[in-house]
Ligand binder design. Structure first.
Ligand SMILES: [Zn+2]
Length: 316
């Protein structure tokens, strides 16, 4: 609380020093006073911003409406919203803020009117540009907010609702690309890539084949030599990679399927199970030492099993 008010007082002092930015600084100071439970002081600052005019005036009026709703004074809130509309000019952002506020209080029909106003002020040309781009947009919340209230009102999706979905998809894809990029960077920083593979040891695999015959087909059963060959090819191509084998178990896989309801035939399911097994279970570094037990669970030494030069000398 003390920190909040200290910061708020600093902002007020700055507002006096930099009149060009006074509106924005006082809005932030008001926000801080609200966080510090001093609604009265926040109120006084917001009225000051309203009196300053300009773009911040509409934001101030919507925030004053928010304070009034909080105090349970709906009439006063609507009076502030009416005033916001008077000083709105082309402030699409303030209209969107009013839409969000009304949606929060379950006043969906009113919220929709403000969202429509916001999109109208944003402009047909800008909307067309959004449509023709494949980039994410900071305007997504405006369209998504409108879409949400239209759903609440039971309205069928319109073209802006479709755009809202499209913008959300773009935002998600963009986020995924960033994450993939960050993960790749991490690998580069450490100089090695971590390759993870889910493996079924012989006994578990045989049991699993009884349980899920459609997953563990004849082609998959006893595939350890093939897996070993693939791992070696991978190691030759990318010698810096570190390989981890995540050991699968019938009990663990069964538990995963029961808990998640996932389809065992889906690759995504096996990946999800691998993540889980990795977090909580047995992991082997590959390749094992030549005299260590083979990773395939044959109970033979690696050099006498999957690492044997002659496949015929190895079981499977
Ligand atoms: Zn083996």
């Amino acid at each position: 609380m003390a920190d909040t008010s200290t910061y708020a007082l600093d902002l007020e002092a700055d507002a006096a020093r930099y009149p060009d930015e006074a509106g924005e600084l006082l809005m932030e100071a008001a926000h801080q006073w609200r966080l510090g439970d001093d609604a009265t002081r926040a109120h006084a600052l917001l009225e000051q911003v309203r009196d300053l005019g300009g773009e911040d005036a509409a934001y101030a009026c919507v925030t004053l409406a928010d304070l009034a709703f909080e105090e349970g004074d709906d009439d006063q809130a609507h009076a502030w919203l009416a005033e916001a509309e008077e000083v709105l000019n082309d402030n699409s952002g303030a209209a969107e803020m009013a839409g969000e506020l009304l949606a929060e209080y379950g006043r969906y029909a009113e919220a929709l009117r403000w969202f429509d106003l916001a999109i109208g002020l944003y402009g047909a040309e800008a909307v067309a540009q959004l449509r023709n781009s494949d980039l994410p947009s900071p305007m997504a919340p405006m369209f998504l907010g409108r879409r949400d209230v239209r759903r609440e009102l039971g309205l069928a999706p319109d073209e802006y609702d479709d755009l809202a979905e499209e913008l959300r998809r773009r935002g998600r894809e963009f986020g995924e690309r960033i994450e993939a990029y960050a993960a790749a960077q991490e690998r580069e920083d450490s100089g090695q890539r971590l390759v993870r593979l889910l493996v079924w040891r012989r006994a578990e695999q045989a049991e699993a084949a009884q349980r899920w015959p459609e997953v563990f087909t004849a082609k998959v059963l006893g595939n350890h030599r093939t897996v070993e060959a693939e791992l070696r090819d991978g190691a030759r191509a990318n010698p810096a990679d570190r390989v981890e084998l995540v050991i699968a178990s019938v009990a663990g896989f069964d538990d995963h399927l029961t808990r998640t309801g996932n389809d065992p035939l889906q690759e995504a399911t096996r990946l999800a199970y691998m993540e889980e097994a990795h977090a909580g279970g047995e992991i082997l570094a590959w390749p094992p030492g030549r005299n260590e037990a083979c990773w395939c669970g044959s109970e033979r030494k690696y050099k006498k099993c999957c690492d044997a030069p002659d496949p015929l000398s190895a079981p499977g």
